[in-house]
Design a protein around this ligand. Structure first.
Ligand code: SF4
Length: 317
């Protein structure tokens, strides 16, 4: 009996190609290793495929006429429905790409939304959203995605949202491996794999001790925490950025940039990205699970208890 191959089709919609760029950085495994080790037949990947555009069009016809099996459909980028719900702002072979994607999804064993744009609409769908962009099965965390909320793939799963701007390469790779190998892939209520979306960015941050003692910065390039003044979303964003470092060495907060919450359905939030919204002296959004009265009581005490080495920023993040 021959080795069973997994047919994977990667379609790029309204996108900056960031998730594909992220994919190029993958090393656990790399893309060539993934394809070889897991018997993946890449029907098309816009930057990594060696096949021609005409072959892509032929394959789409074969899939839609049930002559070619589609195991994994990866969508990168936001789905443009405009103008006036015609989808003609983004076309493939002069046809609305969003509607081709919708038809392909009906044939797929699994559909993976790679990146926040594909999962929730992302930057192209931010107000005023002139191209009428949306995500595969969700628009900014609510319904109004390309597919209805009760839609399920051939294997019974909703769209698997591996959001991120871009998505971490290990998350892309490990999700594809789980699907090809038939490993369990439990999802959270945002349809994200729990394995990659359960740890807070804050939990692995090297500035944590500064946060603990309320040593907060109001300008970039300093050593302290970025939560209180600079809009860091780390305490309520579940992603692996500080537990699986980018390029095995870094993350936004390690480089002194606040977490922007880019995996979240409401990214980019409709507010200044580098400012913490406050009522009086207290941030509007507190770290996940923290009660407001306790936070206020703790905050005054924490700074008084801070060790000199922390106050003087002698500990590098
Ligand atoms: S910089 Fe952000 S992620 Fe790091 S400790 Fe402060 S709030 Fe948490």
């Amino acid at each position: 009996m021959g080795i069973i191959k997994t047919n994977l089709l990667w379609i790029q919609a309204g996108s900056c190609s960031g998730d594909t760029m992220s994919l190029l950085c993958a090393d656990k495994p790399s893309w060539p290793e993934l394809v070889a080790q897991h018997n993946i037949n890449v029907l098309w990947q816009p930057s990594l495929s060696t096949r021609s555009f005409n072959e892509l069009l032929t394959d789409i016809d074969l899939i839609l006429s049930d002559q070619l099996e589609l195991n994994i459909l990866c969508i990168e980028g936001s789905l443009a429905l405009g103008p006036n719900n015609t989808g003609m702002f983004d076309t493939l072979d002069s046809k609305p790409k969003a509607f081709i994607v919708k038809e392909l999804a009906q044939k797929a064993d699994y559909v993976v939304a790679v990146g926040t744009c594909a999962a929730f609409g992302g930057i192209p769908a931010a107000p005023p959203n002139p191209t009428e962009c949306t995500g595969m099965q969700s628009f900014q965390g609510s319904d109004d995605g390309l597919l209805p909320m009760d839609w399920r793939s051939n294997k019974g799963l909703p769209v698997i949202n591996i959001s991120g701007c871009p998505t971490h390469p290990n998350t892309i790779m490990q999700t594809i491996i789980a699907l090809t190998q038939g490993y369990p892939l439990p999802l959270n209520d945002m349809q994200q794999p729990k394995a990659h979306y359960s740890t807070l960015v804050h939990q692995g941050c090297s500035r944590n001790e500064y946060h603990e003692y309320d040593i907060e910065e109001d300008k970039f390039g300093e050593a302290g925490c970025l939560f209180y003044n600079l809009g860091c979303q780390g305490p309520y964003t579940t992603a692996t950025c500080n537990t699986e470092l980018w390029n095995n060495r870094s993350s936004k907060t390690r480089e002194g940039v606040p977490c922007l919450g880019c995996v979240s359905p409401d990214f980019p939030r409709n507010a200044p990205l580098f400012t913490t919204e406050k009522v009086g002296d207290i941030p509007v959004a507190l770290p996940l699970g923290v009660s407001r009265p306790r936070y206020m009581a703790y905050k005054g005490l924490a700074k008084d208890a801070a060790p000199i080495r922390i106050i003087e920023r002698k500990m590098k993040p």
